[in-house]
Design a protein around this ligand. Structure first.
Ligand code: CA2
Length: 144
């Protein structure tokens, strides 16, 4: 059975509790439930994980090799800063869909740069929580 890891980075645990004008009122638990329901429809296995720590995210990417077939990654602010995450993705040699709730290209200039994009299959951003379903669909289609 196809297995997907949904990996979420720093501060995403705060979703739905602060800054609703930017990130909406949906919580990360709501998103996990949405993803699980969507995965069940596709008959795929899904693991959902969030960490505020760069090293923990890197470990999760390393551990995904041999366990999962691909990753949906919302690396949060590490998207714009982390060469280490980029290297982890390259070394894991697993397909990664980069995902953002907000349209990072319509926001501050520092959010336009992504260290994930060059090593990802593609990027989905600006569709809020629905983006996670789009990313699962994109990954399933990519995996064939
Ligand atoms: O749009 C996204 O999904 C982001 O990855 C979210 C990151 C941001 O740094 C990226 O540029 C784009 C920030 C996540 C912070 O989430 C919060 C949620 C509620 C309250 C405060 C932060």
């Amino acid at each position: 059975m196809t297995s997907i890891l949904i990996l979420n980075g720093p501060n995403l645990n705060l979703l739905g509790t602060r800054q609703p004008e930017v990130y909406g009122t949906t919580t990360l638990t709501d998103i996990e439930n949405l993803c699980t329901a969507h995965a069940n429809k596709h008959n795929i296995e899904l693991k959902f994980f969030q960490s505020n720590h760069e090293g923990a995210l890197i470990d999760a990417i390393h551990d995904a090799r041999g366990t999962h077939d691909g990753i949906v990654l919302n690396a949060g602010a590490y998207t714009h800063t982390s060469v280490a995450l980029m290297d982890a993705i390259s070394s894991a040699a697993l397909p990664v869909i980069e995902l953002h709730l907000s349209n990072i290209h319509a926001r501050e200039e520092f959010r336009h740069k992504s260290f994930i994009a060059p090593v990802a299959v593609g990027q989905i951003c600006g569709f809020g929580a629905h983006g996670y379903e789009l990313a699962i669909d994109a990954l399933v289609r990519h995996l064939g």
